[in-house]
Write a new protein. Structure first.
Length: 467
């Protein structure tokens, strides 16, 4: 398959709570029947998205955009600049919940307002012959995974439907490296996943269908990053898309031609970024990427995953990294540390949090670290610390519209309040957190299961505190 893809494991599940393995899958039949588990409008303000703005120097972002736009995730070079020319129409197919409908409309409104791209839904899903189009098709997960086992969703050029993609899987026409002017793009999203995962797929895959195709682990402020901490398009992402559609660029340009024009484009679009570049990040060895993927993998046993995590950390330190790639290596090691390595895991977690808090875009990563620390504090009966950590993490969960993270923090905070004798506050917070939990985890049953699992952790902490 030649399309870019969103990896199967979202990092909240892979790194989040220490109880993700017990989290049930969403109620697939409920979602397939088109019932609406929760409106995103009940969780996040529909009219006021508040993404983190781009904060790095433009000169650094020039390098980022060239790497994102002229290299595939596999490492294959893309020889020419590629985009749509003219308005783009969105067609939807398959079973689409009302929640996904609203999320798609909200995404397209952001793309028009922030990236200044002329992209709209096609009335009655009809477009004229030759009109630019992105077809978003909702396909059962089992069918997606049968074809692309490692991807939750993906994007492919020059196809109009799932059947079209299956019939052309070995056709050079769907090779992104051969595409210059985009006219037809297929985005394939699971029809029976959680509302949040469907939304995240819409954000990343439509963005890649419109613009750059690569993912870079070192970009902590972007959804174009396989660590999946950023769940919706960020200010950096919107700036990259706006630059991608700048009139100074033309379909078919070489990398060198685009590189020559990008500095002026970004200085025009982002005057605040006109300053000296930071140190060059250096390449990411494929060996490290493979180690991280294996450490997060479902198919390996725990001993293999721990060996891979240790190897990733070894590579990160040998490379002299001090930024997001080192922090991710530390975080993965802490998450899957062996019993008896609690002190080393805690030290790795604290160092990862410190790194993220001092990097542009790392705020949401730091919130995930705080969630991990809050789990440990809850299990240890340190309830005031739980309140401090969740209080620090919640604003970023809200700003990045991560309902799974937000509700998990709310449930942990409620358990801590209950243990401190503040039962009325705890009850209100549990109730208030359920809307985000249904959106993040997919159903009432899944939301209550997450709540119950956190309550069990709190119970263990209470017994420990009473000893």
């Amino acid at each position: 398959m030649s399309g870019a893809s969103r990896p199967l494991l979202p990092l909240l599940a892979a790194l989040g709570l220490g109880l993700a393995a017990c989290t049930p899958m969403p109620d697939a039949q409920r979602l397939q029947d088109g019932l609406d588990p929760i409106s995103p409008m009940a969780v996040f303000d529909p009219g006021r998205p508040n993404p983190m703005p781009p904060t790095r120097p433009n000169a650094d972002m020039v390098h980022d955009l060239l790497k994102l736009g002229f290299v595939m995730e596999s490492g294959r070079p893309i020889p020419q600049f590629s985009r749509f020319e003219g308005p783009v129409r969105i067609i939807t197919r398959g079973t689409m919940t009302p929640t996904a409908e609203r999320d798609l409309d909200r995404l397209l409104a952001r793309l028009r307002a922030e990236a200044r791209i002329d992209v709209t839904r096609a009335p009655d899903n009809r477009v004229a012959e030759g009109e630019n189009r992105i077809v978003v098709e909702f396909v059962p997960q089992r069918q997606l995974r049968a074809v692309v086992p490692t991807a939750a969703c993906f994007v492919v050029p020059n196809v109009d439907s799932w059947e079209d993609f299956l019939a052309n899987r070995r056709n050079p026409a769907i090779d992104w490296t051969r595409v210059a002017q985009r006219r037809r793009v297929g985005v394939f999203v699971p029809a029976d996943t959680t509302p949040q995962e469907a939304r995240d797929c819409l954000h990343e895959e439509i963005a890649q269908g419109l613009g750059p195709l690569n993912d870079l682990f070192r970009l902590s402020d972007s959804v174009f990053n396989d660590d999946n901490f950023q769940t919706i398009l960020t200010g950096f992402d919107m700036l990259m898309l706006r630059a991608w559609y700048a009139p100074e660029l033309q379909v078919g340009m070489t990398r060198a031609q685009v590189a020559a024009r990008l500095p002026a484009i970004l200085n025009r679009l982002n005057p605040a970024g006109r300053r000296s570049p930071g140190p060059a990040p250096g390449p990411t060895p494929r060996e490290w990427v493979t180690a991280i993927e294996n450490a997060l993998g479902v198919g390996s046993n725990m001993a293999q995953r721990r060996a891979a995590a240790n190897n990733a950390l070894r590579i990160a330190r040998s490379q002299g990294w001090t930024g997001p790639r080192l922090a991710l290596s530390l975080l993965v090691n802490a998450r899957i540390a062996a019993p008896g390595e609690g002190e080393a895991a805690l030290a790795a977690l604290l160092l990862a949090g410190e790194i993220y808090r001092n990097r542009p875009g790392g705020e949401v990563h730091a919130a995930h670290v705080d969630m991990q620390l809050a789990v440990q504090a809850l299990a240890g009966g340190q309830y005031d610390m739980v309140l401090d950590l969740t209080d620090r993490a919640r604003p970023m969960a809200e700003r990045t519209e991560n309902a799974a993270l937000l509700s998990s923090l709310g449930f942990m905070r409620a358990e801590a309040l209950a243990q401190l004798g503040r039962q009325d506050e705890a009850d209100r917070l549990r109730l208030d957190s359920m809307a985000a939990a249904r959106y993040g985890f997919g159903s009432e049953a899944a939301a209550r299961s997450r709540q119950a699992e956190i309550a069990r952790i709190a119970g263990a902490g209470q017994r420990l505190a009473q000893r």
